[in-house]
Design a protein around this ligand. Sequence first.
Ligand SMILES: Cc1ncc(COP(=O)(O)O)c(C=O)c1O
Length: 458
Amino acid sequence: MDHFAYRNGRLACEGVDVESIAHAVGTPTYVYSAATLTLHVKRLAEAFAPIEPLMCFAVKCCPNVHVLRPLVDMGLGMDVLAAGCDPSKIVFAGVGKTEAEIRAALAAHIATPAHLTPDARAARALSGADASTADSPRPIACFNVESEGELEAIARIARQMGVRCRAALRVNPGVKAGGHAYITTADTHSKFGVSPEHALELFKRFAHDAHVQVDGLHMHIGSSILTPEPYAEAVRRLLALADQASAAGAPIRWLDIGGGFGADYHTGDAPGAEAFARVIVPLIKPRLDTARARGEELRIVIEPGRTIAANAGLLLTRVQYIKHAAGKKYIVTDAGMQTLLRPSLYQAFHFMWPTRVGPQHEPPTRTERPTVDGVLEAADVVGPVCESGDFLAKDRALPPVAPGDLIAIFAAGAYGMSMASRYNSHCLPAEVLVRGESMTTIRRRETIDDQLAHELTV
Ligand SMILES: Cc1ncc(COP(=O)(O)O)c(C=O)c1O
């Protein structure tokens, strides 16, 4: 599942003792394992190989460019302009795209990433990836369109710029899926996408537009989805809609089924990529085969985020105080809702454990919720923010800890740092990427001076 493991009572990320990371950069700090990122990308790629999808990483879940670059080098696309990614592998998602963002996406440039080795540069050149230069910008692969107004804006701006682009209409298949109401997105009453009926009208309306080729369908039914069934239902509905569009003279050439595959946070209940693929691939593969046999274009896209990044990262935090009040124990840490919002926002569970423990306390597996057993003690793990909703865990059984000890909060690689804030004037945490025996600080800790630098002297 990941490359974080206890050895002789001390937690290591790949070949690096995590305590040495805290000594080098302080806390709170997000620590990512490059090998774990690679592992999850490979699993997805293998599972979905029969439908050869373009895999566009959901950048919002872990946007550090040093995390994105290795993914780009592995051939992944992205869901926003990022990290020197070839525009032909970028789909642009988002409900409120601004005019400036649409313009930038219509004039995307292929920047050869400076970090590439000469061999990798040569390979890119041979593959034609660098054929477009700053003088010949071309639009991204596809806009995932959320409303009629947005489609009109894209068509207008593309006309002004004299370019042609592709658009996929995001539809709400009306399927309920997702780990929490806030991350359920395909319900009929959600702000996302358009209804299937509206999509059919838009396909007709834009059938002959010279600047926007509306021949894609997109869905993203939610996040943290733990069973493949909602995909089966939603994909069936999407394919039925594609048939209706074809019958109405608008054949679908681009089918994006979104992301949302759950990650394993605690109980081993998140199925692997294979389980999702087992349900999705047989529904889509016949379409693909038929399209190929007829010489027609049909591209499949997936947009995974959490399932790649969640288990590739942990949050390191230091215990500040232990407090007892009204029969309850509180462990006060330097991380809180400003560092990792998921527990407060979604009541999400994150397994956490001290980074250094006696042999009897090494967690045998992180897939279990330990119970209080006379040695472990129940405590609320809380942050420094002035909100009662500021907690990382409630009534959690943990080995005894003292001020100064480090706690690792696991499965924090997705929607962790990307949701961190400066609330209560806290500085944004540092980020570290581990590769084998080496660690690199990929984002330095913010300082109060950094924060004040944005405030103008008037
Ligand atoms: C449109 C879209 N695609 C993909 C994703 C990625 O979802 P996940 O990280 O759950 O795979 C999201 C996130 O919610 C999204 O909004």
